[in-house]
Design a protein around this ligand. Structure first.
Ligand SMILES: Cc1cc2nc3c(=O)[nH]c(=O)nc-3n(C[C@H](O)[C@H](O)[C@H](O)COP(=O)(O)OP(=O)(O)OC[C@H]3O[C@@H](n4cnc5c(N)ncnc54)[C@H](O)[C@@H]3O)c2cc1C
Length: 390
């Protein structure tokens, strides 16, 4: 049996040092809703993030972070996106979504995370993984790998797509493997418009392109595993460059290998996780632990940001009426407030994935006809709604 070293008591414990966990801790500290010595963070990640991926943060969330939660990114650290173009194979024209106020901003994950300054004396931090959990009427217990036992009124678990706490606390979820691999990296570019994001649907894959600097673009490439497994030594850069340069030849946009400082590729299997009820006794899931979606619309972290906002609304309500943070009515309220956006985004991104994945030439012709008509009608507002967050 594991030897329990200490038994510390907190009001709130946040698990996870990814984007969601770090944002949640930062917002909790800034709000002052919980005393410093009553807040705990279980964070096994490095203090300074090196995650060079980029995220699209929709305008609504960006403004709320800035205006309601005091999280400011200076102008040099993000790029405004005021145009989104959705391209399809054999298209006549792309669907173009323009917004003079901006759809949102692009920021590098490490810049965003490192900008959320959290100081050691702000709270108690444990650098050891959660390996077990239990609860009673008043507390949730977390047992850490190093033998410590943490005891809280409420645990907010941001432990990612493979969430250990979701498993350990028997929260039910649906897991669906999309049989695609996500490849993310950077390319040098010529004539790629600085404030435009693009999503390109090709026969065997989808490519999201986000401008990163004047001549550098970030890509998120979702590739069918059958294509990836066909070749023994799959040359990622050669393959993506061939696809992009062939596709954009008509537009005069040119892509090239990245410089050595930008040539690190990241690959992930992609699976959807749908968690109908993201809470149990004195524990709520937030971020990818509560919902993992296909990144084709760049909304995964946006849903996580909204989880943090929803948690805060529920905690403020609890505090105002003198309720304990981990009471079931507070957790039920959290679930209600996340439900419609989570369902909408999961549904739309999954439908888009299958429409564009399962196609043949006939389907593609239909899609292009639909694209042509959507461009002229208000139906394209659904894409705008998806991108902008409202
Ligand atoms: C290629 C790609 C591009 C994307 N682009 C966008 C985009 O443009 N816009 C957008 O909104 N979203 C985007 N997303 C989604 C977004 O990146 C994720 O939704 C977000 O990073 C999830 O963060 P998280 O903190 O919830 O999870 P994670 O980043 O997975 O963090 C989980 C944390 O939990 C910790 N942990 C795990 N197990 C334990 C344990 N047992 N005990 C303690 N700690 C534990 C880990 O160490 C880690 O710190 C993209 C995703 C991918 C794959």
């Amino acid at each position: 049996m594991r030897k329990i070293k200490k038994d510390k008591k907190f009001d709130i414990t946040v698990v996870g040092g990814g984007l969601t966990g770090t944002l949640m801790v930062s917002i909790l500290i800034n709000s002052g809703i919980v005393e410093k010595n009553k807040l705990c963070w279980i964070n096994t990640d490095r203090k300074i993030s090196t995650d060079k991926r980029v995220s699209f943060i929709n305008y609504k969330n960006f403004l709320k972070l800035e205006n309601n939660y005091g999280i400011n990114l200076s102008n040099q650290k993000f790029i405004n996106i005021n145009k989104i173009e959705i391209h399809n194979l054999d298209e006549v024209t792309p669907i173009t979504l323009e917004d003079k106020f901006g759809h949102g901003v692009i920021v590098r994950n490490d810049i965003f995370r490192n900008n959320l300054r959290i100081f050691d004396n702000d709270l108690t931090v444990y650098k050891s993984k959660v390996v077990d959990t239990d609860y009673n009427e008043f507390h949730r217990y977390l047992i850490l790998e190093n033998g410590n036992k943490v005891n809280s009124s409420l645990v907010l678990s941001a432990d990612g797509n493979s969430s250990a706490l979701r498993q350990l606390s028997n929260i039910k979820f649906i897991n669906y493997d999309l049989d695609h691999t996500i490849i993310s990296g950077f390319l040098n570019t010529k004539n790629f418009h600085f404030n435009t994001a693009k999503q390109i649907f090709l026969k065997d894959s989808f490519i999201g392109l986000l401008p990163f600097s004047k001549n550098v673009t970030n890509f998120v490439w979702s590739l069918d595993n059958r294509i990836l497994n066909e070749k023994n030594n799959f040359k990622y850069y050669d393959e993506i460059l061939e696809r992009l340069n062939t596709f954009f030849y008509k537009n005069g946009i040119y892509f090239d290998y990245p410089s050595s400082k930008n040539n690190k590729l990241q690959t992930y299997p992609i699976n959807i996780k749908y968690v109908k009820k993201p809470f149990t006794k004195r524990l709520a899931l937030i971020g990818d632990a509560a919902h993992s979606i296909h990144p084709l619309a760049g909304q995964g972290f946006n849903l996580s940001i909204e989880d943090c906002f929803n948690v805060m609304n529920c905690l403020h309500e609890a505090k105002n009426i003198g309720k304990d943070f981990g009471e079931i009515s507070i957790l039920t309220e959290y679930e209600k407030s996340t439900k419609s956006r989570k369902n909408f985004i999961t549904l739309v991104t999954t439908i888009l994935f299958y429409i564009f994945k399962k196609r043949n030439n006939f389907m593609n012709t239909i899609i292009n006809l639909a694209f042509k008509n959507i461009e002229k009608t208000s139906s394209k507002q659904i894409f705008k709604f998806l991108a902008r967050g409202y």
